[in-house]
Design a protein around this ligand. Sequence first.
Ligand code: NAD
Ligand code: ZN
Ligand code: ZN
Length: 346
Amino acid sequence: MKAIQYRRIGAEPELVEIPTPEPGPGEILLEITAAGVCHSDAFIMGLPEEQYTFGLPLTLGHEGAGRVAAVGAGVEGLDVGTDVLVYGPWGCGQCWHCSQGMENYCSRAADLNILPPGLGAPGAIAEYMVVDSPRHVVPIGDLDPVTAVPLTDAGLTPYHAIKRSLGKLRPGSTAVVIGTGGLGHVAIQLLRHLSPARVVALDVSEDKLEFARSIGAHEAVLSDSNAAAKVRTITGPAGAALVLDLVGMQPTLDLSMAIAGVGSDVAIVGLGDGQAAAQVGFFRGAYEVNVAVPYWGARNELIELVDMAHQGVFDIAIERFALEDGVEAYRRLAAGTLRGRAVITP
Ligand code: NAD
Ligand code: ZN
Ligand code: ZN
C-alpha cells in the first residue's frame, strides 16, 4: 500500500510503498477515508536526532478516519464496513485516567510502550492502518469523513481545553484564541456554540483574521507587539476569562499572561518551539491566573464532538490533498498558507 512516511531526521516526508498491515487479535484494520495534517507533525519532524523519540520510519497521521475493512480474532460488535473516526491518544484502558475516558493521560502508556498512531505507531496517512482496540474507534454514521476527521485532534484538543473553563465563560466575559489554523478555527466555533463569551481571535495576517471573523469570531486582532493593548481595549479592565494559546511561542505566552484577567484560565496548547514558558509570579500579571498545558482529549469528548457534528454545529474548513500530494500538504502547513485543516484522502 501507499503511505507517507518520515524516514530521515531533518528530511521531508516521502510517499512510499509498504506492505499492507493485517489486524492481530483484538485489532481492527481500517481502509483510510481521510487523514488530517497537524502542526505537531511539523514539530516532531523539526526535532534534532537526540530529542526525536517517535521511531523511524514513521507513517505519519494522528488524525484518522476509515471504514472497517477487517477485524482481528476476538473483536465483536463492530461490523466490517462501519465508518469510524480514530481516537488517537491510545492508553491502556485500565488505569484510573483511562477508566475516566482520559486515555490521553494514561499513567501506564509509557511503561507499556503504548504510542499513538502517527506519533510512534503507524499512522493514518496511508491506504490502511491498524487500530489496536475497538475502544479507539468512534462510529460516525453518515458524517462525511473528510470534514469529520479534523474533529479527532483539531476539534478534540480545543474542546478538552475549553470544557474545563466553561464555568468562567459567562455573559460579558471574553475568550481569546491565539492562532486560527486547524485547531483555532474549530476552537472559535466551539466557543460560540458552547458559551455566551465574546470571542477574540488573533493571527498574523489579515487573511487569517478575515477567516476568523467568517467562522464566528466577534473580533479579530493582529498578533503583533500592540496586540495586548488592543485586546485590553476590547476586554476592558476585566481582561480575558480564558486564553487559548494555540501557538505557544514566547511572544504569544507573554501576550496570554498580559491579557489574562483575575482568576482566569490560560491554556497553553501550542507546542511553539518547545522552549517557551509562561511567566507566573508576583507583579507578572493578574492574580489567581490558572495556567494549564492540556494534551489532546478524552474518548467521551470525541463522542460528544461527533454528536455536535451530527447537529450541524461545525463548518470545518479543509483543503483536500490526494495521498500522492501529501508531501505538498506538509509544505503548505510549514509555509502557513493553509485555510483550516489539510486533509489527505487516499
Ligand atoms: P496550524 O498551523 O494549522 O495553525 C497555527 C496558526 O497559528 C496559523 O494560522 C498561524 O498563522 C498562526 N500563528 C503563527 N504564529 C502566530 C503568532 N505569533 N500569533 C498568532 N497566531 C500565529 O497549527 P495547528 O495544527 O492548529 O496546531 C496549533 C498548535 O497546537 C501547534 O503548535 C501544534 O503542535 C499544537 N497542538 C497541540 C496539541 C496538544 O495536545 N496540546 C494537539 C494538537 C496540536
Ligand atoms: Zn495534532
Ligand atoms: Zn491507562
